[in-house]
Design a protein around this ligand. Structure first.
Ligand code: 5AD
Ligand code: SF4
Length: 440
């Protein structure tokens, strides 16, 4: 059997796409190789969101080049957002690459592998949902499903609209069939994926059109799915119907990732986010009114062009008022072809570094404080496997999306109860009450 090796960079959509690449390759008779050495097909699913992503990937690709020099029959493929953003230049920059394809062209890889063509090929037009390909899931009990591809927004810092194309929603019947099939196959937790899940349905023909909230209700009704997550919603589009769904649907988890980006309305305008500080904090208020115990996470960009000390102070204020359960913080990085990369008032590196340190401090403080509300509670935990730091312990995730390391007897894929005994900004610790009683 020929062997493949896939390295994945970037976001959850890429993790999803890689699972589908693997599923497709296995249906073509390929088997997974544990490392690049020894693989007949070496694939990279790339990301281009920040400069650091590009640099990291170039080093990995160098290693694949070495494998190919030692074994010239090896086929090297580069897919995903970076490939899309540089298109045919891939072959000039890295002459040993055989095939390159964008995120909407994963299925073309099969065509390439089955063709007799030995010349380099690039495929970059959107043609179909990667979600329609078979999947080889990393975790048996967790499934990703693509509800839309592409993005209809024009955030001035973001490369994604150019790499993933215009927004297209997937037929709700296909989404439901995909989730139902995964449920049959043992999946307990599902994550719905889209660049802006709240705008789901808008690009569908009238007779198929349903809203994101309606889609959530349909997925909730599928037997066997105990947990639903989704990423990401857009603060301008998150409406009462989705918030009510959180309050009402038993399987919809108590966690929302709501990307703030900046707390300054002036900066949000330059970012073309189409909401302001008040709208964001109003959404948070509404969410907490309906689901008081919800976990909120966010993304924040530091040092966007033109960010003044006052703008940054507003970000700190919103972070302080909102008290997020966690936050991903990024230094602004200019991306090719984006509007913000042409802005002249780029923020110096040292200023970014100083603001980032202050932001991270505040974020950590709130995350630690917020996590204390779980101490003493019995929480439902989906077991993922052994703890990474301490193999005597188990590791799982709560509905609030908190990682828990705990003493217990459960196995990966089990849904168990854990009594939380302590909490840090990142993780909870605890034990299964049953185990505690058995040992007492
Ligand atoms: N620079 C820094 N961070 C960025 N993000 C997107 N584009 C950039 C950029 N050019 C961040 C945003 C987004 C997350 C996925 O990555 O915060 O929500
Ligand atoms: Fe995901 Fe964005 Fe990276 Fe593409 S560029 S892989 S959409 S994070």
């Amino acid at each position: 059997m020929p062997k493949y090796h896939v390295t994945t960079f970037g976001c959850q959509m890429n993790e999803h796409d890689s699972e589908r690449m693997k599923g497709m390759l296995e249906s073509l008779g390929y088997d997974e190789a544990p490392e690049q050495d020894g693989a007949d097909l070496i694939l990279f699913n790339t990301c281009s969101i920040r400069e650091a992503a590009d640099t990291k990937f170039a080093a990995h690709l160098g290693n694949a080049g070495r494998v190919k020099r030692e074994n010239p029959g090896t086929v090297i493929g580069v897919g995903g957002c970076w490939a899309q953003s540089v298109k045919e230049e891939v072959f000039e920059q890295f002459p040993f690459v055989d095939v390159a394809f964008g995120p909407g062209q994963v299925h073309k890889l099969a065509e390439f592998l089955n063709s007799d063509s030995l010349t380099a090929q690039g495929y970059f037009e959107f043609e179909g949902f990667t979600g329609d390909l078979p999947a080889r899931r990393e975790r048996e009990f967790h499934g990703w499903t693509q509800i839309s591809i592409g993005c209809r927004e024009v955030c001035s810092y973001c490369i994604v609209p150019s790499t993933r194309g215009r927004e297209v929603s997937r037929d709700p019947n296909d989404v439901i069939a995909d989730v139902a099939a995964m449920a049959e196959d043992g999946v307990r937790e599902i994550t719905l994926l889209g660049q802006n899940v709240n705008s789901y349905g808008r690009s569908l023909p009238k007779e198929q059109r349903i809203t994101f909230a309606e889609l959530l209700r349909e997925v909730d009704a599928i037997d066997g799915i105990d947990r639903i997550r989704y990423t990401s919603p857009h603060p301008k589009d998150i409406k009462l119907d989705v918030i009510e769904a959180h309050a009402e649907l038993p399987s919809l988890c108590e966690h929302i990732h709501l990307p703030l980006q900046s707390g300054s309305s002036a900066l949000l305008k330059r970012m073309r986010r189409t909401y302001d500080r008040e709208r964001f904090t109003d959404r948070v208020r509404l969410i907490r009114e309906y689901v008081p115990d919800i976990s909120l996470s966010t993304d924040i960009i530091v040092g966007f062009p033109g960010e003044t000390e006052d703008d940054f102070a507003e970000t700190l204020e919103v972070v302080d008022e909102t008290a997020f359960d966690s936050a991903f913080t990024f230094n602004y990085s200019p991306r090719r072809g984006t509007e913000a990369a042409t802005f002249e008032d780029q923020v110096p590196h040292e200023v970014k570094r100083d603001r980032m340190a202050r932001l991270v401090d505040l974020v950590q403080q709130h995350a630690t404080e917020r996590a204390q509300r779980f101490v003493g509670r019995d929480l439902e935990v989906l077991v993922e496997g052994r703890s990474r730091k301490d193999p005597d312990k188990l590791r799982g995730r709560t509905r609030h999306n908190k990682v828990v390391n705990f003493n217990g007897l459960a196995e990966a894929g089990d849904m168990t109860t854990v009594k939380v005994t302590s909490a840090t900004s990142q993780t909870l610790a605890g034990e299964e009450p049953l185990l505690a009683r058995a040992l007492a």
